[in-house]
Design a protein around this ligand. Structure first.
Ligand code: ATP
Length: 354
């Protein structure tokens, strides 16, 4: 496996800029996810790393080797696409072995490697089936085996789970991550699914309009987003615009005063108060400093989501679903409640850093 370095990578399509000076390093054995809204340049970046698309500027290096001008078939990357892209007229084993045949490996060696790869993805028993005889999840595993069998320098995943249903997606996510860690695969994953990115990646790169907004571990980005865009993109967040009154108070544009505890250095350009819904506690009754009324209660199984109006602001609160005997379980729209949080839980961030 190799490390990957991307230096000042740019891609223009006519007048529009898809990727705008991207710098990124993926260490050997690391899984880095590119996360961002549709059209932010994730797939374009991945395609330039794979060699399917020539960059307008910048460099791509595998270890220290500059591969920017190397065609895709000489880069030795294993790629998995959202569409699986299997050959319909070939069996699972033939699909997996295709790349080896192209590389001129003899039949016996091919068969051993295909067997090993199918075993890795637990599909040995379905080796002779055609794609149409396999479920979506099984086809995805054939695609994984096909990418792994060539012993790639780099593993590239482009929205690999988007075509699977939610339950299967959660399972395959864990499987891919386990395989990636066990084999030490240097991996670049493209996704717009924040849960997928948070659960699978060692580090996340949040992109917007062809640029990197923030890079960090899932926890860094979730707990310490540098601006409101990142805060909102990596998870549910209450974001209220306004300004800092002093070290312990933030006044929203609608005049609500909220308690905070932020180091002065952290909040130079901060005009947004960001607070995760699960960091807020909710108390039935009309006592407390921050009082309001319930707008909606949504039962989500293990969790319950409450929308609470306080003055002109609406807060989203997510709590573990209370036991039926607790007073919280009886909450309904129009009930009076108060909200509380640890004053260190909110972050003050700029609305935008660009
Ligand atoms: P999605 O999550 O929807 O796949 P993405 O972040 O992967 O989005 P890209 O596919 O990289 O986004 O596209 C980035 C921008 O470049 C978009 O504005 C897109 O319309 C544009 N673009 C991509 N490919 C081409 C092309 N071949 N010709 C012209 N514009 C393109």
């Amino acid at each position: 496996m190799a490390s990957l370095s991307i230096e000042n990578l740019c891609k223009r399509f006519g007048a529009s800029v898809a990727v705008d000076g991207l710098d990124l390093t993926v260490q050997e054995g690391e899984l880095v996810a590119l996360l961002g809204p549709s059209g932010c340049g994730k797939t374009t970046t991945l395609r330039m790393v794979a060699g399917f698309l020539p960059p307008t500027g910048g460099r791509v290096l595998f270890d220290k080797e500059d591969v920017t001008r190397l065609p895709a078939h000489r880069r030795s990357t294993g790629m998995v696409f959202q569409s699986y892209a299997l050959f319909p007229h070939m069996t699972a084993a033939q699909n997996v072995g295709f790349g080896l045949e192209m590389r001129g490996l003899g039949r016996a060696e091919r068969e051993t490697k295909v067997e090993e790869a199918l075993k890795l993805v637990r599909l040995s028993h379905l080796a002779t089936r055609f794609p149409r005889e396999l479920s979506g999840g099984q086809q995805q595993r054939v695609a994984l085996a096909r990418a792994l069998v060539i012993n790639p320098k780099l593993f590239l995943l482009d929205e690999p789970l988007s075509n699977l249903d939610a339950k299967l997606r959660a399972e395959v996510r864990i499987e891919i991550r386990a395989l990636q860690q066990r084999l030490g695969l240097t991996t670049l994953l493209v996704t717009h699914d924040r849960e997928e990115a948070l659960t699978m990646a060692d580090r996340l790169v949040v992109m917007e309009s062809g640029r990197v907004r923030q890079v960090g571990s899932p926890r860094d980005l979730y707990d310490a987003p540098q601006d409101a865009f990142v805060a909102d993109f990596v998870g549910r967040c209450n974001i209220l615009l306004g300004q800092r009154e002093n070290e312990t108070q933030f006044r929203t544009a609608n005049g609500l005063v909220l308690s905070v505890d932020i180091a002065p250095s952290e909040s130079k350009n901060a005009n947004a108060f960001a607070l995760r819904p699960e960091r807020i506690s909710i108390h039935p009754g009309a006592k407390g400093d921050l009082r309001g009324s319930v707008q909606a209660v949504t039962y989500l199984g293990s969790q319950t989501e409450y929308h609470v109006r306080i003055g002109k602001e609406v807060f989203v609160v997510i709590r573990q679903t209370p036991d039926a005997s607790e007073p919280l379980a009886a909450l309904k729209p129009d009930d009076q409640v108060s909200l509380q949080w640890d004053s260190r839980a909110p972050r003050l961030v700029p609305q935008t850093s660009v």
